[in-house]
Design a protein around this ligand. Structure first.
Ligand code: PGA
Length: 254
């Protein structure tokens, strides 16, 4: 069976409501004949979740994601959004541990482990982001750095729980910089991540986990990157805000 292949859009904190509506309309206008093992996940800002959910309704293979959720079930946490709220509106995915959240909102591997737990407990699939900063890549220690992120945030899970996770490898030096990892660099790290998972959970489980690449994916480079054995699609920022570009990325899925 082919692993799930995913084109995920990460809109970040962009677009007005009207612009979001236009982008969703444009994106859903062109028919993307998704195969059963292919999905499109749209991670939109919280205020647009309902709109996006409504727009993708009835579109096979299209899902909506939140870009974050809180560690707690409910309560006096002004400004936060719970996994239960997301589940109650039919949201299927949540991005957790994006490098921007790690950097600007101090999200540690330990906090992310809690977020992973609560998302799973509400049946929401976490898209867990990992990836090294430039100085780690330059020092050549990216493999152990990224393996540590997996260990501290995921390895408390049972195999059955891990099977529900999607991983996104996003080297920080490639995010929003226009500087993509080469297909070789992506494949090399994805293979390493899969081996790290296999060493802990066994090869059969590791082989089921989609590992997406993120960092300056565009319509023009997606096919090359996605063609690699262990690259199961992409998590796309900038290019996901342009319908034609993201459409090309969807069509580049294996
Ligand atoms: P980018 O962002 O495609 O704009 O580099 C990717 C991401 O941060 O998810």
């Amino acid at each position: 069976m082919m692993r799930q292949q995913i084109a995920a859009a990460n809109w970040k904190m962009n677009l007005t409501y009207a612009q979001a509506e236009d982008l969703l309309n444009d994106l859903l206008l062109s028919p993307h004949a998704l195969k059963p093992h292919q999905s499109v996940v749209l991670a939109v800002p919280f205020p647009y979740l309902s709109l996006a959910k409504h727009k993708v309704d009835g579109k096979a293979g299209f899902f909506v994601a939140a870009q974050n959720c809180y560690t707690k079930k409910s309560g006096a946490y002004t400004g936060e959004t719970s996994a239960e709220m997301l589940q109650s509106m039919g949201i299927e995915y949540v991005i957790l541990g994006h490098s921007e959240r790690r950097e600007y909102f101090n999200e540690s591997n330990a906090v992310l482990a809690e977020k992973i737990n609560i998302a799973l407990s509400y049946n929401i699939t976490p898209i867990f982001c990992c990836g090294e900063p430039l100085q780690i890549r330059e020092a050549g220690t990216q493999n152990s750095y990224v393996a540590e992120q997996l260990k501290e945030s995921l390895f408390h899970l049972s195999a059955e729980q891990l099977e529900k996770i999607v991983i996104a490898y996003e080297p920080i030096w490639a995010i929003g910089t226009g500087k993509t990892a080469t297909a070789d660099q992506a494949q090399e790290m994805h293979a390493h991540l899969r081996t790290t998972l296999a060493n802990h959970y066994g090869k059969e489980v590791a082989d089921m986990i989609p590992i997406l690449y993120g960092g300056s994916v565009k319509g023009s480079n997606a096919k090359d990157i996605f063609s690699r054995t262990d690259v199961d699609g992409g998590l796309v920022g900038g290019a996901s805000l342009i319908a034609a570009d993201f459409g090309q990325i969807i069509d580049a899925l294996k």
